[in-house]
Design a protein around this ligand. Structure first.
Ligand SMILES: [Zn+2]
Length: 160
């Protein structure tokens, strides 16, 4: 038995490195379609639950708390308040490209003005990372060319 284990360990391991990528598109549907259309117009849309009144950003077609349809849109933001944040100093490689992102970068959790409970995650401008703290006010910085994607919003920056 021990002899077999030593024999297996001595064999050369073969590994194959493969990058899997599938080019595809999907329909956003009416709820997320409104969200992405809003980003194109420099607006944030949320859905409002007709039962409990909470806003959901990005919008969802159903309130998970009340289990009722929520298809009424309200505009929230564009400014908001930092609820929490993470700063990454050690980036892991992108699984699709193998490239490592420049550090530090942030994961920002913002309560957009008019939102009741839901927070929206994005990032803060690199220059503002040292000034990040809970409660600080932020505003969005939009991409000059917007196509109706999350990349229409470049990042948030500290307001003021
Ligand atoms: Zn609800």
């Amino acid at each position: 038995m021990a002899e077999n284990i030593q024999k297996i360990a001595a064999e050369e391991l073969i590994s194959i490195q493969v990058i899997n990528s599938i080019d595809y598109s999907f329909s956003t549907g009416p709820i997320m379609g409104k969200w992405f259309q809003g980003l194109k117009e420099k607006k944030f849309y949320a859905t409002k639950c007709p039962s409990c009144g909470r806003t959901m950003t990005p919008p969802r077609g159903c309130c998970a708390l009340c289990v009722v349809r929520s298809e009424d849109f309200v505009e929230v933001g564009p400014k908001g308040t930092v609820v929490n944040y993470d700063i990454a100093y050690y980036a892991s490689p992108d699984p699709l490209t193998g490239k490592v992102r420049k550090t530090p970068y942030s994961a920002l959790f913002v309560m957009l003005d008019g939102s009741a409970r839901d927070i929206f995650a994005h990032e803060i401008k690199d220059d503002d990372i040292p000034k990040l703290k809970r409660g600080v006010r932020v505003r969005p910085v939009w991409n000059e060319v917007r196509t109706g994607s999350i990349h229409d919003l470049l990042y948030f920056e500290i307001d003021g």
